[in-house]
Design a protein around this ligand. Sequence first.
Ligand code: NAP
Length: 280
Amino acid sequence: MSALIIDGKQVAAALRERLAAQVATLPFKPGLRVVRVGEDPASVVYVRNKDRAAAACGFDSATQVLPETTTEAELLAVVRALNDDPAVDGILVQFPLPAHIRQEAVINAISPAKDVDGLHPINAGLLASGAPALVPCTPQGVMHLLAAAGTPLKGARAVVIGRSVLVGRPVAQLLLAADATVTMAHSRTLDLAAECRRAEVVVAAVGRAGLVRGDWIAQGATVIDVGINRGADGKLTGDVAYAEALDRAGAITPVPGGVGPMTIACLLENTVKAALARRG
Ligand code: NAP
């Protein structure tokens, strides 16, 4: 059996279309502000893509670029001004930040109501307590892909590999909220292969190319590969040995073209959600 390949580009495009149609019916344009500090080349590309996607969906979107030498106090002042600006529904500070600025201080300074990255401790706490408000974008994208694949989650055994605040933990909590039976695996897990073999859903969020072998995948399982690894040849691969897993999985995301395209679409989804919640 060859797996259904879950096309993240298509799922993301459909979500953006839905959002654009919804935004067209609103009496206001959802306001998204992205703040970039310095000229990290990957961040320059990400932020440009976010801006373009937001504008294409009818948002009022703008990027504020600050020099590498910006102090933490100056960045926090920018964030507070955006918190107070009534035209702004969502604030995203692009990471990584220069080493002299504490990421945690910035996350904590963003108003939870405008925290479209879903990383503020209040939003993380709401998710952990089973009352999600603004959810981190990549984990939300994982849930959209599972829905697109038609994977039943109620009662299903799901293994999430990786327990980061950004990906693994929120994915596990979202799966739990969807009534899956969730195992969180990490670098100290004793027998990762055995944990995976029991699962109907495997989500890999580690950052190690080919860690998950094909024979770890139960026949017919859904595999969501969040990992992004750049090989010596410059090519991107995921955490799952894709060619091996194709023969066993029921559905699988490719890398690239799986989870990656979902992140920006979910940022836009969060901004619409934040705008509707704040503006009533
Ligand atoms: P991270 O903070 O480095 O976390 C990695 C996790 O993997 C940790 O919990 C770690 O366990 C676990 N781990 C490491 N080696 C392991 C092993 N041999 N077996 C089992 N678990 C192991 O990374 P992250 O930010 O969560 O990102 C994970 C991957 O997703 C990266 O490749 C990243 O580039 C990618 N990513 C993709 C997107 C996207 O849009 N597609 C977005 C975000 C991240 P410990 O906790 O025990 O150390």
